[in-house]
Design a protein around this ligand. Structure first.
Ligand code: URA
Length: 239
Protein backbone atom coordinates (compact mmCIF):
# COMPACT_ATOMS: atom_id res chain seq x y z
CA UNK A 1 0.00 0.00 0.00
CA UNK A 2 1.30 3.46 -0.95
CA UNK A 3 0.12 7.00 -0.34
CA UNK A 4 -2.24 8.18 -3.04
CA UNK A 5 -0.26 11.31 -3.98
CA UNK A 6 2.90 9.20 -4.35
CA UNK A 7 1.13 6.73 -6.63
CA UNK A 8 -0.30 9.53 -8.81
CA UNK A 9 3.21 10.96 -9.21
CA UNK A 10 4.64 7.50 -9.90
CA UNK A 11 2.25 7.10 -12.83
CA UNK A 12 3.78 10.24 -14.24
CA UNK A 13 0.52 12.15 -14.11
CA UNK A 14 1.93 15.09 -12.19
CA UNK A 15 4.26 15.93 -9.29
CA UNK A 16 3.49 14.78 -5.77
CA UNK A 17 2.78 18.35 -4.66
CA UNK A 18 0.34 18.97 -7.50
CA UNK A 19 -1.30 15.59 -6.78
CA UNK A 20 -1.91 16.79 -3.22
CA UNK A 21 -3.62 19.90 -4.58
CA UNK A 22 -5.83 17.77 -6.84
CA UNK A 23 -6.81 15.61 -3.86
CA UNK A 24 -7.67 18.70 -1.79
CA UNK A 25 -9.72 20.05 -4.70
CA UNK A 26 -11.72 16.78 -4.74
CA UNK A 27 -10.61 15.88 -8.26
CA UNK A 28 -9.33 12.43 -7.36
CA UNK A 29 -11.41 9.27 -7.06
CA UNK A 30 -10.35 5.84 -5.90
CA UNK A 31 -12.66 3.03 -7.01
CA UNK A 32 -15.28 5.65 -7.88
CA UNK A 33 -15.20 7.44 -4.51
CA UNK A 34 -13.89 11.00 -4.09
CA UNK A 35 -10.88 11.08 -1.77
CA UNK A 36 -10.03 14.17 0.27
CA UNK A 37 -7.62 12.68 2.85
CA UNK A 38 -4.00 13.29 1.86
CA UNK A 39 -2.65 10.22 3.61
CA UNK A 40 -5.03 7.75 1.94
CA UNK A 41 -3.25 4.55 0.98
CA UNK A 42 -3.95 2.60 -2.17
CA UNK A 43 -2.95 -0.77 -3.55
CA UNK A 44 -2.04 -1.64 -7.16
CA UNK A 45 -5.55 -3.07 -7.63
CA UNK A 46 -7.30 0.23 -6.80
CA UNK A 47 -8.58 2.22 -9.77
CA UNK A 48 -7.53 5.87 -9.56
CA UNK A 49 -9.18 8.56 -11.64
CA UNK A 50 -8.56 12.29 -11.95
CA UNK A 51 -11.31 14.47 -13.36
CA UNK A 52 -13.09 11.25 -14.23
CA UNK A 53 -10.22 9.80 -16.29
CA UNK A 54 -8.62 6.59 -15.08
CA UNK A 55 -4.88 7.11 -14.80
CA UNK A 56 -3.51 3.75 -13.71
CA UNK A 57 -4.65 1.47 -16.47
CA UNK A 58 -2.17 0.24 -19.04
CA UNK A 59 0.32 3.00 -18.24
CA UNK A 60 3.58 1.93 -19.78
CA UNK A 61 6.63 3.57 -18.36
CA UNK A 62 9.01 5.09 -20.86
CA UNK A 63 12.61 6.22 -20.30
CA UNK A 64 14.63 8.30 -22.73
CA UNK A 65 17.99 9.97 -22.96
CA UNK A 66 18.21 13.03 -25.19
CA UNK A 67 21.12 15.07 -26.47
CA UNK A 68 19.55 18.46 -25.81
CA UNK A 69 20.38 21.18 -28.33
CA UNK A 70 20.90 24.83 -27.35
CA UNK A 71 17.80 27.06 -27.16
CA UNK A 72 15.53 24.29 -25.91
CA UNK A 73 13.91 24.56 -22.51
CA UNK A 74 14.03 21.71 -19.96
CA UNK A 75 10.34 21.59 -19.14
CA UNK A 76 7.11 20.05 -20.43
CA UNK A 77 5.53 23.27 -21.69
CA UNK A 78 6.68 26.85 -21.98
CA UNK A 79 4.51 29.93 -21.59
CA UNK A 80 6.74 31.81 -24.02
CA UNK A 81 6.19 29.12 -26.66
CA UNK A 82 9.81 28.00 -26.82
CA UNK A 83 10.66 24.45 -27.88
CA UNK A 84 10.87 22.07 -24.91
CA UNK A 85 12.82 18.85 -24.45
CA UNK A 86 9.48 17.01 -24.48
CA UNK A 87 8.64 18.45 -27.94
CA UNK A 88 11.72 16.68 -29.32
CA UNK A 89 10.54 13.20 -28.34
CA UNK A 90 7.93 11.41 -30.40
CA UNK A 91 5.65 9.78 -27.83
CA UNK A 92 2.10 9.97 -26.52
CA UNK A 93 3.32 9.31 -22.97
CA UNK A 94 3.28 12.20 -20.46
CA UNK A 95 7.02 12.35 -20.07
CA UNK A 96 9.02 15.09 -18.39
CA UNK A 97 12.71 15.83 -17.84
CA UNK A 98 14.57 14.49 -14.81
CA UNK A 99 16.21 17.64 -13.50
CA UNK A 100 17.17 20.38 -15.89
CA UNK A 101 19.81 21.81 -18.14
CA UNK A 102 19.87 25.56 -18.78
CA UNK A 103 18.29 26.92 -21.98
CA UNK A 104 21.76 27.47 -23.47
CA UNK A 105 23.31 24.23 -22.14
CA UNK A 106 23.49 21.23 -24.45
CA UNK A 107 23.86 17.54 -23.75
CA UNK A 108 22.56 14.58 -21.88
CA UNK A 109 19.18 14.79 -20.19
CA UNK A 110 16.87 11.97 -19.12
CA UNK A 111 13.10 11.99 -19.51
CA UNK A 112 10.44 9.63 -18.23
CA UNK A 113 6.81 9.27 -17.20
CA UNK A 114 7.84 7.16 -14.18
CA UNK A 115 7.48 9.49 -11.22
CA UNK A 116 9.13 7.12 -8.78
CA UNK A 117 12.19 6.79 -11.00
CA UNK A 118 12.38 10.57 -11.52
CA UNK A 119 11.99 11.30 -7.80
CA UNK A 120 14.68 8.76 -6.96
CA UNK A 121 17.18 10.26 -9.40
CA UNK A 122 16.40 13.84 -8.42
CA UNK A 123 16.74 13.23 -4.69
CA UNK A 124 19.75 15.11 -3.24
CA UNK A 125 21.05 11.87 -1.73
CA UNK A 126 21.46 10.38 -5.23
CA UNK A 127 25.09 11.19 -5.89
CA UNK A 128 25.53 10.28 -9.53
CA UNK A 129 28.51 11.71 -11.39
CA UNK A 130 27.72 14.31 -14.02
CA UNK A 131 30.45 15.33 -16.43
CA UNK A 132 30.45 18.65 -18.24
CA UNK A 133 32.60 20.32 -20.88
CA UNK A 134 32.78 24.06 -20.30
CA UNK A 135 34.28 26.76 -22.47
CA UNK A 136 35.54 29.56 -20.25
CA UNK A 137 36.17 33.21 -21.11
CA UNK A 138 39.52 33.16 -19.30
CA UNK A 139 42.61 31.06 -18.81
CA UNK A 140 42.54 29.55 -15.33
CA UNK A 141 45.48 30.14 -13.02
CA UNK A 142 47.17 27.37 -11.05
CA UNK A 143 45.47 28.74 -7.95
CA UNK A 144 42.06 28.65 -9.67
CA UNK A 145 42.58 24.97 -10.52
CA UNK A 146 43.71 24.16 -7.00
CA UNK A 147 40.66 25.93 -5.59
CA UNK A 148 38.31 24.03 -7.93
CA UNK A 149 39.84 20.69 -6.93
CA UNK A 150 39.66 21.59 -3.23
CA UNK A 151 36.01 22.57 -3.56
CA UNK A 152 34.62 26.03 -4.15
CA UNK A 153 31.79 27.21 -1.94
CA UNK A 154 28.65 28.22 -3.83
CA UNK A 155 25.66 29.55 -1.89
CA UNK A 156 27.27 28.40 1.38
CA UNK A 157 27.86 24.82 0.19
CA UNK A 158 31.07 23.35 -1.13
CA UNK A 159 30.92 21.80 -4.59
CA UNK A 160 32.66 18.44 -4.52
CA UNK A 161 34.63 18.02 -7.73
CA UNK A 162 35.39 14.40 -8.60
CA UNK A 163 37.57 15.07 -11.64
CA UNK A 164 38.87 18.16 -13.36
CA UNK A 165 41.14 18.79 -16.29
CA UNK A 166 41.95 21.52 -18.76
CA UNK A 167 41.31 19.96 -22.18
CA UNK A 168 42.37 22.84 -24.39
CA UNK A 169 44.01 26.17 -23.76
CA UNK A 170 43.99 29.03 -26.27
CA UNK A 171 46.47 31.59 -25.02
CA UNK A 172 45.83 33.90 -27.97
CA UNK A 173 42.11 34.14 -27.30
CA UNK A 174 42.61 33.73 -23.55
CA UNK A 175 40.15 30.86 -23.17
CA UNK A 176 40.14 27.41 -21.59
CA UNK A 177 38.02 24.37 -22.37
CA UNK A 178 37.70 22.22 -19.26
CA UNK A 179 36.12 18.91 -18.30
CA UNK A 180 34.61 18.78 -14.85
CA UNK A 181 32.80 15.99 -13.00
CA UNK A 182 30.56 16.75 -10.04
CA UNK A 183 27.96 14.75 -8.17
CA UNK A 184 25.40 17.34 -7.27
CA UNK A 185 22.56 18.80 -9.25
CA UNK A 186 21.90 22.34 -8.06
CA UNK A 187 20.60 24.66 -10.79
CA UNK A 188 23.26 26.65 -12.68
CA UNK A 189 25.89 25.05 -10.44
CA UNK A 190 28.73 24.96 -12.98
CA UNK A 191 28.22 28.58 -14.04
CA UNK A 192 28.01 29.66 -10.40
CA UNK A 193 31.16 27.74 -9.48
CA UNK A 194 33.23 29.52 -12.15
CA UNK A 195 31.57 32.84 -11.34
CA UNK A 196 33.15 32.56 -7.87
CA UNK A 197 36.53 32.78 -9.67
CA UNK A 198 35.42 35.70 -11.86
CA UNK A 199 35.16 33.40 -14.87
CA UNK A 200 32.19 33.18 -17.24
CA UNK A 201 31.06 29.95 -18.88
CA UNK A 202 30.54 30.72 -22.56
CA UNK A 203 29.44 27.23 -23.58
CA UNK A 204 28.35 24.29 -21.49
CA UNK A 205 27.57 20.71 -22.39
CA UNK A 206 26.80 17.68 -20.23
CA UNK A 207 28.55 14.70 -21.77
CA UNK A 208 28.08 12.10 -19.04
CA UNK A 209 25.51 11.06 -16.47
CA UNK A 210 26.87 8.19 -14.37
CA UNK A 211 27.71 5.37 -16.79
CA UNK A 212 25.66 6.99 -19.59
CA UNK A 213 27.37 9.11 -22.18
CA UNK A 214 26.05 11.21 -25.00
CA UNK A 215 28.70 10.21 -27.56
CA UNK A 216 26.43 8.23 -29.89
CA UNK A 217 23.64 10.79 -30.04
CA UNK A 218 23.79 13.80 -32.33
CA UNK A 219 22.31 17.08 -31.14
CA UNK A 220 18.52 16.64 -30.88
CA UNK A 221 18.71 12.85 -31.12
CA UNK A 222 17.37 10.57 -28.41
CA UNK A 223 17.00 6.91 -27.58
CA UNK A 224 15.16 4.77 -25.05
CA UNK A 225 17.13 3.55 -22.07
CA UNK A 226 17.51 -0.22 -21.92
CA UNK A 227 16.03 -2.22 -19.05
CA UNK A 228 19.60 -2.93 -17.95
CA UNK A 229 20.42 0.79 -17.78
CA UNK A 230 17.23 1.57 -15.84
CA UNK A 231 18.00 -1.19 -13.33
CA UNK A 232 21.58 0.03 -13.01
CA UNK A 233 20.45 3.59 -12.28
CA UNK A 234 18.01 2.29 -9.63
CA UNK A 235 20.78 0.17 -8.12
CA UNK A 236 23.07 3.22 -7.92
CA UNK A 237 20.34 5.18 -6.16
CA UNK A 238 19.80 2.47 -3.55
CA UNK A 239 23.50 2.37 -2.59
N1 URA B 1 25.32 23.79 -14.40
C1 URA B 1 24.93 24.90 -15.06
O1 URA B 1 25.40 25.98 -14.76
N2 URA B 1 24.04 24.78 -16.05
C2 URA B 1 23.50 23.60 -16.44
O2 URA B 1 22.69 23.56 -17.36
C3 URA B 1 23.91 22.45 -15.74
C4 URA B 1 24.81 22.56 -14.72
Amino acid sequence: MERLQKVIAAYGYTSRRKAEELIKRQKVMVNGKIITELGTKVSPQDVISIDGVIINKDVKHEYYMLNKPRSVISSVTDDAGRITVVDLIDTEARIYPIGRLDYDTTGLILLTNDGEFANTLMHPSFEIEKTYIAKLDKVLTKDDILAIKKGITVDKRKVEVKRFKVKKRDLEKGTDIVEITIIEGRNHIIKKLFKELGVNVEKLSRIGYGFLDVKNLKSGEYRMLTIKEIKKLYALAKK
